[in-house]
Design a protein around this ligand. Sequence first.
Ligand code: X8Z
Ligand code: ZN
Length: 602
Amino acid sequence: MKYRVMSLVLGAVIALGILPGAAFSEETAPTVAEAEEFLAQAEQKLRDLWILSGRAQWIASTYITEDSEILSAKMEEDVIRTVVDFANSAARFDGLELDYEMDRKMKKLKLALVLPAPNDPAKTEELTRIKAGMEGTYGKGKYCKGEECLNLTELSRVMSSSRDPEALQDAWTGWRTISPVMRKDFSRYVELGNEGARGLGYDDLGSMWRSNYDMEPDAFAAEIDRLWTQVSPFYEALHCYVRAQLNAEYGDEVQSLSGPIRADLLGNMWAQEWGNIYPIVAPEGQGEAVDVTALLVAADTDERDMVRYGEGFFTSLGFEKLPDSFWEKSQFSKPRDREVVCHASAWSLDFQDDLRIKMCIEITEEEFTTIHHELGHNFYQRAYNQQPILFQDSANDGFHEAVGDAIALSVTPDYLVKIGLLDEAPVGGSEIAPLLKMAMDKIAFLPFGLLIDQWRWKVFSGEFGPEDYNGSWWQLREKYQGIEPPVARSEADFDPGAKYHVPANVPYTRYFLARILQFQFHRSLCEAAGFEGPLHECSIYGSKEAGKLLGDMLAMGSSRPWPEALEALTGSPEMDATAILDYFAPLKGWLDEQNEGQTCGW
Ligand code: X8Z
Ligand code: ZN
């Protein structure tokens, strides 16, 4: 099962028989023994279904055709129906005194779907077909100019490397031609998903998503606001500095010194991470940032080699090597002969050892980081594979996204020297350059990580209606990120659909949480490794102590509330932005100096 969609990949039922709950009498009062039997049956059946539907989805993602799409939608339909049935049947045991484990399993069962459907077979089918169709449309998406058609990988290359505003604008608007056709389907998906969530007792689908954090949904939303308040001054300082550098690079005509930044100038199709334009903002005389892309290319590294490096990091911590099947069954490169979903993902197909990643790896630093990110999912999945199936998940979804990223923070110059990619680490000099380069990805991402679901939550609650999908999207893009489109947009566009997680129905707040959590993890792991010194210089490579601390937390899966898992690793049960702020502290002072005399903000 693919991690990111745990619940929606979850299974299928087809001919597997027994209706959930059918074995239990509705007439007599339920007993604890019956509840236990019910859970055992549910777990057995869901495991079978999830394995089957995971396989169907693997094929649909690595071989997009009408047939594979229909089959995977069909399997997903069965999973949804089964989980909804189980969740409804579970209500029968409400009010019974269950032990902790059983009680938690009942809760997890109710939340096992990311996409619930109404209790109506025709609507369930409609919803799964719409969802599979939107994801397929995204996967196949191309921008054609005459004979020449460009896919997302190719357009992204333009976004990351071109410095020609016209070419950037063309690639940016070109990619967004793939999504207007999704608009109608998306609004129907919102209706049906909401109806499904209400059927399970939630206010709407957004509220259901927010209910999976061991706290009240409103309290979770407040938690997110609190974290954003902690980090937003840093983002504003970075925004201000970068805007000035872009103004110096492109001139007033292209990028003004005030107001929002033009969204196509930041080196990424969605302006979510800005590391690709680091050369434009690199300060002189402030030390050196290592160019990992150049090192990979110089060493003639291929896609598999890159993944081997990633695996090597985890084994250095004491984790077992990946199984042979990982190397045989993963998709590392974009096939030439068929359409695939290139968006990177990590899968556990059998809840045991059939681990795989699916990527279209490019030989770049950005992808090197993504490989560590994906492997983090796989090592997590294997670490919790002894848990009951309903606890085979991360402590909260931000944890799943944070593990590989925390490891990638240890890809320091010293580490690159150890693995032979770099001859020697830059010595002396200022730390500003490497910190700024890192901040272009980590700090720049924060408002983006936040806003996708701020938008979707309001779409699900009805506050943003179909007549204002694109307008409200850009309102939030400007509010949080301080960016604006390079050309006027209208409701004939559907720009949210040009970001994978929207058509694919993957909640996004997890990535915001992960940006905060990964620095907390890194700080604690560095401490366990006995590292003393600035956090950005720490690499836990080779530390069995750090590996043990991490591995023990991962093995908990979702069996306990996430604050306990966090406390086990960091000593504190709170999500807290001080770790990311500490990591970048020297940079903040420097940015403030650079920004002196500027009018920051937008
Ligand atoms: O979607 C991903 C991963 C798969 S879980 C590649 N990420 C987000 C994105 O690409 O938008 C990782 C960072 C944010
Ligand atoms: Zn991920």
